[in-house]
Design a protein around this ligand. Structure first.
Ligand SMILES: [Zn+2]
Length: 69
């Protein structure tokens, strides 16, 4: 029963989360995007974190954060 519940939670979260969503710091100067919201590269961000699509991040000239390569 517990396993079934976990499976339901897993699939529910998978369906609702965007697989290609990344996080950026909305400082305006940040050129990096991050897969993880709690990435160490985002710890210095004094601005709001934005969740955007990977496509949009790349189109804006952002590159993957050096901590996540
Ligand atoms: Zn990062």
């Amino acid at each position: 029963m517990k396993t079934l519940l976990l499976l339901i939670i897993f699939f529910t979260q998978t369906n609702f989360s965007q697989p290609n969503a990344v996080y950026i710091c909305s400082s305006g100067t940040s050129k990096k995007y991050h897969y993880k919201q709690d990435c160490r590269g985002l710890k210095n961000c004094q601005y709001k974190l934005l969740k955007i699509s990977l496509d949009k991040a790349v189109k804006e000239g952002k590159t993957l954060c050096k901590w996540e390569k």
